[in-house]
Write a protein that binds this ligand. Structure first.
Ligand code: ADP
Ligand code: MG
Length: 343
């Protein structure tokens, strides 16, 4: 009798996480929120909580050191975790850093990686408080855990969106994907002819979005100053469409967004067109932008209306109304979530 074998690809990343953890129940009263948000939430006494999030980055899957300088890699590995802390409306305080290294790496190379890690610790005001170091057979592996703090009633989850809330995104989207395509293209050109110098000057904004993402802690502090607590929030790491699906599923709501409201930088748009990519598809399905997606109640709109870096892309609807994108010509098309699938 042959043993049953199911390909991981059949479930996909989110299907696999759900499958493996469907029977997990939290036992401890201090586990306020377990699996299923950007970070876990842990009771820290007297109305305070800690948030905890972790990310694993593997060379050849998540990054390519032929165009990712090591200091940038170190900074980015921290930033992607800080982004998940921000997504809970919390303030990051500590990180731990675990690395796997193959003998391809020298002490100087690891120092370069740590230059970026330390720069990120300065930038986000966090302390590096521990980690682990081990040998690796498959290049560089980096796993960072970030811990943040918040008041219990300040934490924003994915499940609080209500019909008629306004959907907001920070910054602009699609740049990191377009930047990655440019870096890949120039790598291929270089591999074919090492004499050729990569032509990257024209693309600094999009390549920067891929190589130097910055978690939006600035927005978290500004929302606090303006007295706005989003009703739901998450960071955009897998693409806007996929994240809208997460908010809608967790909150049991639908959503309508408008093509003409989606924020895209001119360089992202022009470069997408040059690469024969549809700019709107890059905005909806591009990964790694590390901007914030959140919902606010209508009454908070006047407080954010004039903010230069917050864009109002649509609104929340009842669950039976589904998830739609209204195109520039006024047609409503169903949103499909693709996101990054590594399997
Ligand atoms: P994000 O994109 O915000 O980092 P993920 O999509 O990686 O979040 O994870 C979604 C949720 O699933 C999080 O709560 C995360 O902690 C949890 N999760 C991911 N992988 C595992 C795993 N192997 N075991 C338990 N929980 C997991
Ligand atoms: Mg996240």
């Amino acid at each position: 009798m042959s043993e049953k074998r199911t390909e991981i690809g059949n479930l996909g990343e989110f299907g696999l996480i759900d499958h493996l953890n469907k029977n997990v129940k939290v036992k401890n009263a201090t586990s306020v929120k377990g699996i299923g948000d950007d970070a876990a939430v842990i009771d820290a006494g007297s109305e305070n909580v800690k948030v905890v999030t972790t990310d694993l980055l593997i060379e050849g899957v998540h990054f390519d050191l032929s165009y990712m300088p090591l200091p940038h890699m170190g900074f980015k590995a921290v930033a992607v975790n800080i982004s998940d802390v921000a997504a809970m409306n919390a303030v990051p305080k500590q990180i731990t850093v675990s690395i796997g290294l193959s003998n391809r790496f020298s002490v100087e190379a690891v120092e370069a990686l740590y230059e970026g890690i330390h720069a990120a610790c300065e930038h986000y005001g966090v302390d590096l408080v521990g980690g682990d170091t081990t040998a690796s057979r498959s290049g560089l592996v980096i796993s960072i855990t970030a811990i943040g703090e918040a008041k219990k009633d300040e934490v924003v989850y994915r499940d609080g969106a209500k019909a008629n809330d306004i959907l907001c995104v920070t910054g602009d989207l699609g740049g990191a994907l377009v930047g990655l395509q440019i870096l890949e293209r120039e790598k291929q050109v270089f591999l074919a002819n090492p004499e050729m110098k990569p032509e990257l000057d024209k693309y600094t904004l999009v390549t920067g979005r891929q190589l130097r993402p910055d978690a939006r802690m600035d927005i978290i502090h500004e929302l606090k100053e303006l007295g706005v607590k989003p009703t739901s929030m998450m960071d955009i790491s897998d693409g806007l469409a996929s994240e809208i699906f997460h908010i809608c599923k967790a909150s049991n709501v639908g959503a309508t967004i408008y093509e003409d409201k989606l924020p895209i930088d001119k360089q992202t748009f022009d470069t997408a067109v040059e690469l024969n990519l549809d700019p709107i598809t890059c905005v909806l399905n591009g990964g790694e932008d590390y901007e914030l997606l959140f919902t606010i109640s209508q009454e908070d709109f006047p407080k954010l209306e004039k903010h230069a870096d917050i864009h109002f892309i649509g609104h929340i609807t009842k669950p039976e109304e589904g998830k739609y994108l209204v195109t520039k010509s006024g047609t409503a098309v169903q949103i499909k979530a693709q996101g990054w699938k590594h399997f």
